[in-house]
Design a protein around this ligand. Structure first.
Ligand SMILES: C[S@@+](CC[C@H](N)C(=O)[O-])C[C@H]1O[C@@H](n2cnc3c(N)ncnc32)[C@H](O)[C@@H]1O
Length: 189
């Protein structure tokens, strides 16, 4: 009996250590990425923030017709794919540069008529008809979005910024869940 308990305790210790090491590596990567990387890593919006941000957007999408919605750096299609599936009357465009998330989301989008995934630097995209924007980008990219994209947006465009806000402009809403890492910002231009 004592042996079984010892083995169980060792197993728990081993599993716990592995989980702590993996979380540590991911956390360190995100912190370093946030400070030094030029491009945001393809980390998807997740957990409560993803759920709450999508629910917020759904309310807006339900009240409007024929919107064009884009995700600047659409990653694996985490945000656009479920929305495109539920809103066949709206149009969705994802811009993604990283190969693996791009091809994966492109493949997943094949079954839907109302979504396009483009392998394009979103700074070169056409913003004239865009109604709703999602972004989950590093602070340096948010600064560039403010400088280069904001002047191209039409009045009334809604922006959802996950985790990192746009500089120099007050959000209309800040939705903060459990921590700074679980906050998104809503802007109406
Ligand atoms: C943190 S991920 C967010 C993915 C997705 N928007 C989400 O919320 O789940 C940011 C993504 O933006 C992409 N990205 C960064 N800069 C880009 C650019 N200038 N043009 C296109 N994609 C870009 C990265 O490759 C990465 O996949």
């Amino acid at each position: 009996m004592a042996n079984v308990l010892l083995i169980l305790a060792l197993l728990l210790l081993f599993t716990g250590s592995i989980i702590i090491v993996v979380l540590g590596i991911i956390g360190t990567y995100l912190i370093i990425a946030g400070k030094f990387m030029r491009f945001s890593p393809p980390v998807p919006s997740s957990g409560k923030v993803k759920k709450k941000m999508l629910a917020h957007a759904v309310q807006y999408l339900e009240k409007h017709q024929n919107l064009t919605i884009t995700d600047l750096g659409s990653g694996w299609g985490t945000l656009l794919l479920p929305l495109a599936q539920n809103f066949p009357n709206h149009r969705f465009i994802g811009y993604e540069l990283a190969k693996l998330p791009y091809y994966t989301s492109k493949l997943r989008a094949l079954k839907l008529q109302n979504i396009q995934v483009k392998r394009l630097d979103f700074f070169n995209a056409d913003f004239s008809g865009i109604d709703v924007i999602f972004c989950f980008l590093l602070p340096s990219a948010m600064q560039q979005c403010y400088d280069k994209i904001l002047p191209k947006l039409k009045k009334g465009t809604i922006i959802y910024a996950n985790r990192f806000p746009l500089p120099n402009i007050e959000p209309n809403e800040i939705v903060s869940l459990d921590s700074d890492y679980e906050t998104f910002y809503v802007y109406k231009i």
